[in-house]
Each structure stands twice: as C-alpha cells, then as structure tokens.
Ligand binder design. Structure first.
Ligand SMILES: Cc1cc2nc3c(=O)[nH]c(=O)nc-3n(C[C@H](O)[C@H](O)[C@H](O)COP(=O)(O)O)c2cc1C
Length: 191
C-alpha cells in the first residue's frame, strides 16, 4: 500500500464549518505565506489574494457572489479567500501559466490549512464580476476561485444534499486511469 502523508490523506473539502470559530491573525498570516511561497513560472507570482473574515462587509459581498449551492453552507466559514490570477505582468509580459501558478498557490494554502488543523473548500461556483468588485483588481486580473476557510465541526447540521456529501467516501480515478506510462511498475510506490 502507498502511504500518503496525513496532511494529504486527511484533507477533504468540508462544508461543515464551526460557525463560532475565529481565525487568529497568525493562522491567516501563515495561510497567505503558504500561498506566497508557491513556485511559479519565472517566479512571476501571478496570484492575487483577498481575505474576508466572517462578519465583515467583504465576507458578505463574497458570500453573495457565490452560486446558491455554495452560499447555503459557506456562510459558516471563518473566512472567504478570493484567489485571482494576473495574466499580464507590470512589464507587459504575458503569463501563460498564471492559472497553473495560482492553482499551486491555492494548493499550498490548503495544505498549510490542514497543518493548522483547519479545513478549506475551494469553489469555482461564483460570479467573478461580483466577487472581484469588492477588491481593486489590477488590470488583466481575473478571479479564479473563492476558498472557504475554517475549522471543521463534525457535529454541524447540514441540509441535504450536503449532509450526505459530507460523509461520502472521497473517490479518485484509479492510478492506471491517470498514468500515461506504466510507471507504477517501476516506481517504488508501494511500502
Ligand atoms: C477549482 C475548484 C473548483 C471547485 N468548485 C466547487 C464548488 O463550486 N462547489 C463545491 O461544493 N465544491 C467545489 N470544489 C471542490 C471539489 O468538488 C472537491 O475538491 C472534489 O469533489 C474532491 O473532494 P475533496 O476535495 O474532498 O477530496 C472545487 C474544487 C476546485 C479545485
């Protein structure tokens, strides 16, 4: 069996957030630091990040921009984080990997959150114009994702269909379905 690091194996996109949890400044700093230190093409760092704590007008604005199916549960998150990508540098250079790089920044943030005992749920279901309107986005910048961040509350009561999704097993394609080579035969993936 492959042994995956617990930070990766234990992560899941929860919808059951503790509605009373408040993120410390230190936790938020480290989440943003994790995103900031992600690798990027030519070290262009094209991600732009807006943070809104629950209870603020910015949080309400991002929540209102979410698709209805996301807005129903994301309001109990401790913060909503908008991740945008800037596709043209200040020098005018195009950044063809901006999406890829911003995704890596979000992945770094999510792993750091797991290490902090927090949970995140990334959402592509939102209105980018409405969400971006809350922030001064530089030219050539497009919102990509809103990330709900908070502490998972296993006792939180969710309406259906969200309650069932919360306890459903996480599933993935089989290794053979994602491998373009028979590398599983040669890589030491099994312990
Ligand atoms: C770019 C992106 C967009 C997503 N959009 C949504 C969304 O709008 N609503 C939602 O409930 N989950 C969304 N998700 C979460 C995925 O559904 C989830 O990651 C996937 O089902 C795997 O589950 P897991 O993260 O618990 O392993 C999104 C994830 C990513 C990476």
């Amino acid at each position: 069996m492959t042994t995956l690091h617990p930070l990766l194996a234990g992560r899941r996109s929860t919808r059951a957030f503790d509605r009373d949890h408040v993120l410390t400044d230190g936790e938020l700093d480290r989440l943003i630091e994790a995103a900031r230190w992600a690798p990027s093409a030519n070290n262009s760092q094209p991600w732009r990040v807006g943070v809104a704590r629950r209870g603020t007008p910015e949080f309400a604005g991002l929540l209102a921009a979410l698709a209805p199916g996301n807005a129903r549960w994301a309001g109990t998150a401790s913060a909503l984080v908008l991740v945008a990508a800037q596709y043209v540098g200040d020098d005018g250079a195009l950044r063809p990997w901006a999406d890829y790089d911003a995704g890596q920044a979000a992945a770094h943030l999510s792993v750091q959150a797991e290490a902090e005992g927090l949970a995140v749920h990334q959402m592509g279901g939102f209105d980018p114009d409405r969400a971006g309107g809350a922030y001064a986005l530089p030219d050539g910048t497009k919102p990509l994702v809103v990330i709900a961040v908070g502490r998972r509350d296993p006792d939180a009561v969710l309406p259906e269909p969200f309650a069932a999704r919360e306890t459903a097993p996480r599933t993935r394609l089989a290794p053979g379905e994602i491998m373009l080579t028979p590398a599983l035969d040669v890589l030491p993936l099994s312990a």
